[in-house]
Design a protein around this ligand. Structure first.
Ligand code: PMV
Length: 330
């Protein structure tokens, strides 16, 4: 039954204690190599986002996590240690020195595709941290939000670089090197991307683990590939700063060839990358962990929707068109 809630329902407002949100992200250049200390460039994607709302618990006793998108609800004190959402809640309460957990209900919703290279785990974590901090009356800096969200990333990824939690917590385009403060990325000329989902779910932990095993078996080859990816990232950074966007397409193609050599592309990704190029994209590559998930295609504003249509005809289950380099992203 749909309950009609009149605007400004005082009982709802009185129950709400805090709210947090975080966008999705795509890595423009440098995924995987970033885990091994090379730089990467990533941008927030505001058309998808995770939100978390904290309310007074109806029973006035237990802290409960609700995830209506997946039809689940569970009590914090019954959640196992490896529950990623409970882990973030506990880490945030530890950081805020709140114990025991207050009788609150935390409701999480997200439109960021899961296991698809768009930073869904990090976005959910950052939204939770922000909502809990607001409910507790604390202001956290983006750096503090990012550090807490990183703890969730470790559970999702195994050995995360930290780029996902950084981009979604700062909600800014960044040039990122693991272990260093993020540097703002200059995008002199905005550009358009089509983001297309293969529909193949690919957990980051699996792809990152496979690359690690391959690296352990043949370090010289993988280190050389990571160095080549780093060179692409540096060129891309300079290109973006100078607004020479025509050079970005070939750089994406070079990055994609290197990701293929790392073993993280897939037939579905390759097919959609070809389809994007045939429809007029200037370049395309997978984003995030690969093996499935999403790709990005660099497009002109005029062709963006036609290329998105072509990608769906070629099998993409979902497409987004997004503009990168708006002042609020920088
Ligand atoms: O697939 P995502 O959105 O979780 O991105 C992973 C990015 C990697 O570089 C493959 C891993 C990392 O920790 O940076």
């Amino acid at each position: 039954m749909i309950r009609h809630v009149p605007k400004g329902d005082a009982s709802l407002d009185a129950r709400r204690l805090g709210m947090g949100a975080a966008p999705g992200k795509v890595i423009l250049f440098g995924e995987h190599a970033v885990v091994y200390g090379r730089p990467a460039i990533a941008v927030p994607v505001a058309c998808v986002q995770a939100t978390a709302v904290v309310e007074v618990a109806p029973d006035g006793e237990h802290f409960t996590i609700e995830a209506p998108d997946i039809g689940q609800s569970w009590a914090l004190d019954e959640a196992p240690a490896n529950d990623p959402l409970a882990l973030i809640v506990r880490a945030t309460f530890d950081a805020l020195e709140i114990a025991p957990a207050p009788p609150w209900t935390l409701t999480i919703r997200s439109t960021v595709p899961i296991a698809a290279g768009m930073g869904s785990g990090a976005a959910v974590s950052a939204a939770i941290v922000r909502a809990l901090a607001q409910a507790a009356g604390c202001a956290l800096s983006p750096e503090q939000v990012s550090a807490l969200a990183y703890q969730g990333e470790r559970l999702h990824h195994g050995t995360p670089s930290g780029i996902d939690n950084t981009v979604v917590s700062y909600a800014r385009s960044v040039y990122f090197i693991k272990g260093q403060p993020p540097q703002p990325l200059t995008v002199a000329q905005p550009f358009w991307l089509v983001i297309a989902d293969t529909g193949v779910r690919s957990p980051t932990r699996v792809a990152v683990g496979d690359v690690r095993r391959a690296w352990e078996a043949d370090r010289p080859r993988y280190e050389a590939l990571f160095d080549e990816i780093a060179a692409v990232v540096e060129e891309a950074r300079a290109t973006l700063a100078m607004g020479e966007n025509a050079r970005l397409g070939p750089l994406m193609a070079r990055n994609q060839a290197l990701l293929r050599a790392l073993g993280v592309s897939s037939p579905e990704l390759e097919r959609l990358i070809d389809a994007a190029q045939r429809a007029g994209a200037q370049g395309a590559k997978l984003v995030g962990a690969g093996r499935g998930g999403n790709l990005i295609a660099l497009v002109s504003a005029e062709r963006a929707h036609a290329i998105a249509d072509a990608l769906r005809e070629a099998g993409a289950v979902r497409t987004f068109v997004t503009k990168v380099g708006e002042p609020e992203d920088l």
